[in-house]
Design a protein around this ligand. Structure first.
Ligand code: URA
Length: 307
């Protein structure tokens, strides 16, 4: 270790905590290791008789190149084939990534679905979520960020995931984007006593990184049950990830925003949903605030009409 390296237990713990909060959640070697080359070398060592027949080589498709690294192994979403770029370098490459790698996450998503369905009140749901150990984000977060506001409100807003301030306070949207959200709500005559606020993901991703598709799938049953239990008259999806997750669409938020959609709960209740721009995006792109303003006016009119 150099003079600047941590050498007491406390210093090492502090450094690890710093890494975790900065989003470093994997231990890697200093130099990259080509695991594909290792696998290829091992495979070449095997006797020809033991070899499995070579898999037909596949061309890279745009989907395989951009497929998320850990796409959930559900029936409608089978494990992605190795991209042609990788497969081309590996003799005897398997045509598919072994499904077993994704099975534990599917098991966690199934456990989350069961727990969420079992909750008959928001308090029970919060307790089940606090006890749930199936999402790795829980272990780097300081707090469960369940919700803020009035669970009897007509309007529910759902964001993406807590940031640092939310993690520290255990409440959604309390940082800079939260203050903008409060002003947006005030502009249509609402506040946290007349709206209910939650996130798709209830634990802060380390370093505010984007939640992975697996993490979203694991947490999805909780937010869906939360919406069902609150049963708002109107839902606002704050930003693309919330809209995509809860409205089952892959369209971008700039196309989605401003148009009414429907969120359908597990029990079949159809809730009008307005996708709009995320306050954090609006802080970076103030010229688009007028678009969000229009969306909030739509929501105000809808709430009036439903009153
Ligand atoms: N961004 C979100 O999506 N949610 C929060 O709670 C805070 C910031």
């Amino acid at each position: 270790m150099t003079a600047a390296s941590p050498n007491t237990k406390a210093e090492i713990a502090e450094l690890l905590a710093f890494y975790a909060s900065a989003g470093v959640d994997d231990a890697l070697e200093d130099a990259p290791i080509n695991r594909f080359a290792e696998a290829a070398a091992k495979s070449a060592e095997r006797r020809p008789a033991e070899r499995t027949p070579a898999a037909p080589r596949r061309e890279a498709t745009p989907e395989s190149r951009t497929a998320p690294e850990h796409a959930p192994a559900r029936a409608e979403n089978p494990p992605a084939p190795l991209s042609g770029l990788d497969a081309a370098n590996i003799p005897d490459a398997p045509a598919r990534v072994p499904a077993a790698a994704a099975v534990p996450d599917e098991a966690q998503a199934a456990a989350a679905r069961q727990l969420a369905a079992r909750a008959t009140t928001l308090d029970e749901l919060r307790q089940h979520m606090a006890a749930f150990d199936g999402c790795n984000l829980k272990f780097t977060a300081k707090n469960l960020v369940f919700a803020d506001g009035n669970p009897n409100a007509d309007l529910m807003l759902v964001g993406e995931a807590p940031g640092r301030d939310e993690d520290l306070e255990g409440l959604p949207f309390v940082g800079r984007s939260g203050r903008l959200l409060d002003r947006m709500l005030a502009a249509i005559g609402l506040d946290r006593n007349s709206a209910y606020i939650a996130n798709v993901i209830p634990w802060r991703p380390p370093g505010n990184r984007t939640p992975t598709p697996h993490e979203t799938e694991i947490c999805r049953p909780f937010i869906e049950r939360q919406i069902e239990l609150v049963n708002p008259k109107v839902l606002i999806n704050l930003g693309g990830p919330s809209a995509k997750t809860l409205l089952n669409t892959s369209e971008g938020i700039l196309r989605l925003r401003g148009n009414w959609r429907v969120h359908t709960t597990a029990s079949g209740i159809a809730i009008p949903a307005m996708p709009t721009l995320h306050p954090a995006y609006l802080l970076r792109t103030p010229a688009h605030k007028k678009l969000a303003w229009r969306d909030f006016l739509e929501v105000k009119a809808k709430l009036r009409g439903l009153a």
